[in-house]
Ligand binder design. Structure first.
Ligand code: NAD
Ligand code: UGA
Length: 431
């Protein structure tokens, strides 16, 4: 099948490359000329494990362009995968989605199925249909919602072997075409869930809000463990082995971040308010997470005071989680901002996130090109992202205070440190 994707970001790019890998011919359109020029030469603007290799393997089936007219020429299925960032009010900014829909309307001749892959609030797909009708009354088209559930860092695996594919449409032709798009998936027994458009739109927000609430919950249990002598890893296993709860997304840490959980929960609140519904659980989870950053910075300050080390920190990790270069709403960055206000000097290292972090933190912190270089500078190491390579820290921790907000280590591994602190357990004095 010929498929067009508008937006060459994390979702558009990964979706395009993956759809090509299952046999489709894909045109990926973006209005960022620089991005497209780089992509056409095989230079990928994001870090996503395996993406360069999969692109290379399928390059004959993929084209990159800024020319939407050309890309729309011989395709029936157009995916919208542009950004839907939060406005100050929490409402999702749909300007990019509507701009893309209008461009499709104006530039299309034959039948088009317009599929929204961007995360959009209830009612957006219906508004897209109205907008297309208004801008091209003669166009034969359908709309469908097909939310994406991939995680950055695992995007290819998540896209190609998802727990489910959600197809939201009330239109038979749209449903038939999308089943063709995902034919390879259904052959591999990936569940395909058909729903109406509104339900598909809500499913996406409900999934993200549920997962984020699960994380906020385990973080609150970690606080309780710290005060009472409990152990959060054992607690997570103890509840997670109950299959009704499940083991995943029970890792306590510095709070959830990223470009989606925080913005999607705010957008859900905004929409619910519009319909006079009060999602108080989601509200509490947002608050619990937001308060966590300041609370953890304060805990670092207390530890530094208690142990008598200098007010200088070696921070390991700047991205919102391992496996990505994305620092949007990164808990690491939020905690660093609080630490700077508390007067800390910071030397930081991240394997992939430094360039993006510099755009936010500028010269307020010092950047290093290795764990060793960042760690050498201070008496206190603070781990904020769970990169695997930090596990190889070895002798660098000797005679230092280690604050591990990602629970990368067990206390027994921390031989020779002054003191080791983790999330959700009593700290252990080693030397
Ligand atoms: P992104 O910011 O990385 O990429 C969006 C791209 O769209 C940019 O390259 C931008 O230049 C391009 N664009 C914007 N308007 C355009 C237009 N009119 N024509 C052509 N190109 C245009 O965004 P993202 O992280 O890929 O997220 C996209 C959507 O998918 C969001 O709604 C997000 O919530 C959702 N989502 C994201 C993830 C994720 O892991 N990042 C996962 C699931 C769903
Ligand atoms: C999340 C969802 O997991 C995807 O299903 C969804 O498609 C995506 O949002 C989206 O809509 O954009 P992502 O933001 O890439 O994916 O990252 P996650 O792996 O979900 O992590 C989000 C945050 O929660 C990170 O800060 C991470 O460190 C934190 N987290 C995650 C924990 O603190 N503990 C956990 O057990 C899991």
């Amino acid at each position: 099948m010929n498929i067009t994707i508008i937006g060459a970001g994390y979702v558009g790019l990964v979706s395009g490359v993956c759809l090509a890998s299952v046999g489709h011919k894909v045109a990926i359109v973006d209005n960022d000329q620089n991005k497209i020029a780089n992509l056409a030469q095989g230079v990928i603007p994001i870090y996503e494990p395996g993406l360069v290799e999969l692109l290379k393997k399928n390059i004959s089936k993929i084209s990159f362009t800024t020319d939407l007219v050309a890309a729309l020429g011989d395709t029936e299925v157009v995916f919208i995968a542009v950004g839907t960032p939060a406005k100050k009010s929490g409402e999702a900014n749909l300007a990019y989605v509507f701009a893309a829909a209008k461009q499709i309307a104006i530039n299309s001749v034959g039948y088009k199925l317009i599929v929204t892959k961007s995360t959009v609030p209830i009612g957006t797909n219906h508004k897209i249909a109205e907008l297309v009708k208004k801008n091209n009354p003669k166009l034969n088209f359908s709309v469908a919602s097909n939310p994406e559930f991939l995680r950055e860092g695992f995007a290819i695996k998540d896209f190609l072997t998802p727990d489910r594919v959600v197809i939201g449409t009330e239109d038979k032709q749209a449903s038939k075409l999308l089943l063709e798009v995902y034919q390879d998936f259904s052959k591999r027994d990936v569940p395909i869930l058909n729903s109406d458009i509104v339900t598909a739109e809500i499913i996406k927000y409900a999934a993200n809000s549920f997962l984020a609430t699960k994380i906020a919950f385990i973080n609150e249990m970690a606080d309780l463990c710290e005060k009472t002598g409990g152990n959060i890893k054992q607690l997570a296993a103890g509840i997670g082995l109950d299959q009704r709860i499940g083991k995943k997304f029970l890792e306590a840490g510095p709070g959830f971040g990223g470009s989606c959980f925080p913005k999607d929960m705010l957008a859900l609140l905004y929409t619910a308010k519009k319909y006079q519904v009060e999602p108080s659980l989601v509200k509490c989870a947002i608050k619990s997470n937001q308060q966590r950053f300041a609370k953890l910075a304060k805990r670092v300050a207390q530890i530094v005071k208690e142990t008598g080390v200098e007010k200088k920190l070696s921070v390991l990790g700047l991205t919102f989680k391992a496996g990505t270069d994305d620092v949007r709403e990164s808990p690491a960055i939020e905690i660093i901002k609080h630490l700077l206000k508390l007067g800390f000097k910071i030397s930081a290292f991240d394997p992939k996130g430094i360039a993006n972090a510099k755009k936010i933190l500028g010269k307020k912190i010092a950047y290093h090109d290795s764990v060793a270089s960042a760690a050498n500078n201070t008496q206190c190491i603070l781990i904020l992202t769970e990169w695997n390579e930090f596990k190889e820290i070895g002798n660098l921790v000797k005679n230092k205070v280690v604050i591990d907000f990602r629970n990368l280590f067990d206390v027994e591994q921390m031989k020779g440190v002054i003191k080791y602190y983790s999330i959700g357990s009593n700290s252990g004095i080693i030397s």
